[in-house]
Ligand binder design. Structure first.
Ligand SMILES: [Zn+2]
Length: 169
């Protein structure tokens, strides 16, 4: 896994043994270059939307991205953000995480990795791919190949959401 090449700025989260020691700010020029590398014309709005994700290196919902893009002054409509995210997904600039039918997050880290999802706080945290070993996979349906495996481990804070103690039996 570690022989893979990561683009600058992603080393700290793709290597689980290293914390955010040297966060490299991703400039708008970097973002524009990355858009071009994925065959996407770097318009102003696309740069702003990608920048919102790459700058934070976080898993954000479309609404959070919309809020980040429009934080200083109105830049983009909800429809523009959704259409742009769809384009980014098609070009594999980002990936989407459907943690439940109504919660979709967009992930700027497209290298293979897994996630913890806190069902109470809604927070997603990366798990490096090599921190999890998956055994006993079923054979694939005929005529298919594996596109990837991603695991979401759902957690909740200790004590949160415990069922009330029932009557002692
Ligand atoms: Zn992730």
């Amino acid at each position: 896994m570690h022989s893979m090449e990561f683009q600058s700025g992603f080393q700290s989260i793709t290597d689980g043994r290293r914390e955010h020691v040297d966060p490299v700010p991703v400039t708008r020029e970097d973002v524009a270059a990355r858009l071009r590398a994925h065959g996407i014309a770097p318009t102003h709005q696309r740069i702003e939307i990608a920048h919102a994700l790459f700058e934070r290196r976080a898993h954000l919902s479309a609404d959070q991205i919309l809020a980040a893009v429009n934080a200083r002054h109105p830049e983009a409509s909800k429809a523009t953000v959704y259409n742009t995210l769809k384009l980014f997904l098609e070009r594999k600039l980002i990936r989407e995480l459907i943690v439940d039918p109504v919660k979709i997050f967009y992930d700027p880290n497209t290298t293979p990795h897994h996630h913890f999802y806190d069902v109470v706080t809604g927070e997603l945290t990366d798990i490096p791919a090599d921190a999890l070993r998956i055994e006993g996979l079923p054979s694939l349906p005929p005529g298919t190949v594996a596109e990837g495996i991603d695991v979401i481990i759902r957690t909740r804070p200790l004590g949160a959401g415990e069922p009330p103690p029932g009557p002692a039996l």
